[in-house]
Design a protein around this ligand. Structure first.
Ligand code: FMN
Length: 265
């Protein structure tokens, strides 16, 4: 597992990214091509466990005609699909979709494109057809890609509850033992802050962290419903590692019974 094409923009993207649901134009060709190349690099890094693709046709059918009030996408003309290889450990495959998919989302955001992780409010059958999902594969999420207006549309405000501020739980609520925070090194605090602002389905923020400051390690686990659907977990893991790298800290992930530990190398 690794972060592909790490640069300060990827780090800055974690702060500036916000889900967008109203699109005014497709991405420029050069941008789409760049993202296509990046998705290939991610697929190589994922070693067959994840397949990310970018499509500029049929997006209106994938996101259009929805009556579900949670979704409400408009003007989508291009999208990415995150597909997991489900032979073996399904939970791990979903976590990896989150981990590599979020790198893609952050790169797209860094290139000025609007994005939104979408697991439910889209035409799955149509997306699977366009993405050519095969047996043994599962379409985990799609992400619209495109130019978005600077300000939020009324429709977006309704979905977001009229607040564009990022609403997140305080860090203490995400730690199993908040007192561990006092001993955490700077890189670990930065990694936790980055994970805190990560996107999650219905903004549930289902991550719980356990720290081992003396061992320079932290463990993250999904809670509740997210235990079975650990895409959110993988997204937070990407945020942890990008913040660590930005702080000059390299590390490795290891997994045990659904709990993932990042340990400084
Ligand atoms: C795995 C995942 C699935 C999501 N599915 C949907 C969806 O089906 N429809 C939608 O409108 N937003 C969806 N979202 C977007 C979340 O609602 C959003 O990330 C969250 O409310 C936090 O807001 P922010 O992304 O603006 O920081 C999803 C996000 C994640 C991470």
């Amino acid at each position: 597992m690794r972060i592909v094409g790490m640069d300060p923009q990827l780090y800055a993207s974690m702060e500036s990214r916000i889900s967008r649901r109203t699109y005014t134009a497709p991405p420029e060709c050069a941008r789409l091509e760049e993202l296509q190349r990046y998705s290939e690099e991610l697929n190589t890094a994922a070693d067959g466990a994840v397949r990310i693709g970018v499509w500029a046709e049929g997006a209106d059918e994938v996101f259009g005609g929805l009556t579900n009030s949670y979704g409400m996408f408009s003007g989508v003309q291009a999208f990415a699909a995150f597909i997991g290889r489900m032979e073996g450990d399904e939970r791990k495959a979903k976590a990896l979709c989150g981990y590599y998919g979020e790198q893609f989302v952050l790169k797209a955001n860094a290139r000025g494109l609007g994005t939104c992780w979408v697991a439910g409010t889209f035409d799955k059958g149509m997306a699977k057809k366009i993405a050519g999902v095969e047996e043994g594969e599962k379409l985990v999420c799609v992400v619209p890609l495109g130019i978005v207006p600077d300000s939020f549309s009324l429709r977006e405000k309704v979905v977001k509850g009229f607040s564009t501020a990022r609403r997140r739980k305080p860090l203490e609520q995400l730690l199993r033992n908040p007192e561990e925070l006092a001993a955490a090194p700077d890189w670990m605090r930065s990694a936790l802050e980055a994970a805190r602002i990560a996107p999650s389905a219905v903004n549930l923020q289902p991550w719980r962290f356990t720290l081992a400051p003396t061992e320079q390690a932290l463990t993250v686990q999904a809670e509740g419903r997210a235990e079975k659907e650990p895409v959110d977990l993988g997204i937070a893991m990407a945020h942890v590692e990008i913040a660590a790298l930005q702080a000059g800290v390299q590390g490795e992930w290891s997994e045990e019974a659904g709990a993932w530990t990042f340990r400084r190398a």
